[in-house]
Write a protein of this length. Structure first.
Length: 135
């Protein structure tokens, strides 16, 4: 009887572990695009930058030095080349922006830092901008 109980406990533990690993799988995003934004300097391709890690997660950076990065579990768009980091947009505190996500919320529900930005918040996507997006 003990052997059966031990076997069942091991089987249940193994099943739970496998389910957790499957549900915890995160698809890697190599590039993000912002095709619509009130501040045109943030429009463009953001490439995964394994060298720029914030909050134990790789960030995404443009050729212009703008970044999508995580801090304290939430995702931001801004300039990390200066200190303190300058946050222009954020995805914080709503169901479209879960805390602790391994990748940026796409499209998410981004809001502008009212002290810096006056225009529309960015729209993130995983596909390149079309000609109409960039106009």
């Amino acid at each position: 009887f003990r052997i059966v109980v031990v076997f069942l406990l091991c089987f249940c533990a193994l099943t739970v572990t496998c389910e957790e690993e499957e549900s915890g799988t995160v698809e890697k995003i190599n590039s993000l695009w912002i095709c619509d934004c009130g501040n045109p300097s943030f429009i463009g391709e953001y490439k995964l930058s394994e060298d720029d890690v914030f909050d134990q997660v790789a960030s995404y950076t443009t050729k212009k030095g703008k970044s999508v990065f995580r801090n304290n579990g939430f995702w931001y768009v801004g300039d990390v080349s200066q200190w303190p980091m300058k946050t222009h947009y954020r995805c914080v505190g709503n169901e479209d922006c879960p805390r602790g996500s391994a990748t940026p919320p796409v499209p998410g529900k981004w809001t502008a830092n009212k002290f810096i930005e006056k225009g529309a918040a960015p729209v993130l996507q995983t596909s390149p901008c079309t000609v109409n997006d960039e106009l």
